[in-house]
Design a protein. Structure first.
Length: 186
């Protein structure tokens, strides 16, 4: 039986498409959209019936948000969001092979590569010691920022082409296989 990833131990994380960085429980960087931007997004999504209240049941007008995801009824929803929110970072995510199921809106100019650079600066670490794991176009800047990059087998074609190594699908022990291939575990 393969070891559970949590048993191996994680000492930090990058989240929110790069707007949140944590190391050993300390927040290194956290970029937020403004409350006004959040209100604009929530109202726009409500007007399009794309943001049902039953999902959250809490206050939607917030000042502690780094990314808002929403269900795409069609790719046009993403295109409309890009026009409506030029002040936010617009992206899609969701399905294997880059199938756009969700849209997301976050802090303009924030990428996973920016997050890696912030973490390296904080740790006073070297790029040569980095490995990026991903499966989508949004991961390509992070691939380019790190010394090595691994794309999951279920990833999109652009992400696979940008990666140094393509492993098995995430549901087929892709992380484990990549860790073994890279010599991170036996």
């Amino acid at each position: 039986m393969y070891p559970n990833l949590w048993e191996i131990g994680l000492d930090g994380m990058i989240g929110g498409n790069g707007s949140y960085v944590e190391d050993h429980g300390k927040v290194v960087m956290h970029q937020l959209i403004t409350k006004e931007q959040c209100i604009h997004v929530v109202d726009w999504l409500h007007a399009r019936d794309a943001f049902p209240d039953m999902i959250f049941g809490g206050e939607l007008y917030r000042d502690d948000v780094n990314k808002i995801s929403y269900v795409l009824t069609s790719y046009k929803d993403f295109e409309d969001a890009k026009k409506e929110f030029p002040d936010l970072q617009n992206g899609t995510w969701g399905g294997a092979g880059e199938l756009a199921i969700f849209g997301d809106l976050g802090v303009k100019g924030i990428t996973k590569a920016h997050a890696v650079e912030c973490l390296l600066d904080y740790l006073r670490a070297r790029k040569e010691d980095t490995i990026a794991f991903g499966d989508a176009k949004v991961d390509i800047p992070m691939f380019e920022c790190c010394a090595l990059s691994v794309c999951m087998g279920s990833g999109g074609e652009e992400a696979k082409a940008a990666a140094d190594y393509v492993t098995a699908d995430v549901d087929d022990d892709g992380l484990y296989n990549a860790f073994v291939y890279l010599g991170l575990i036996d």
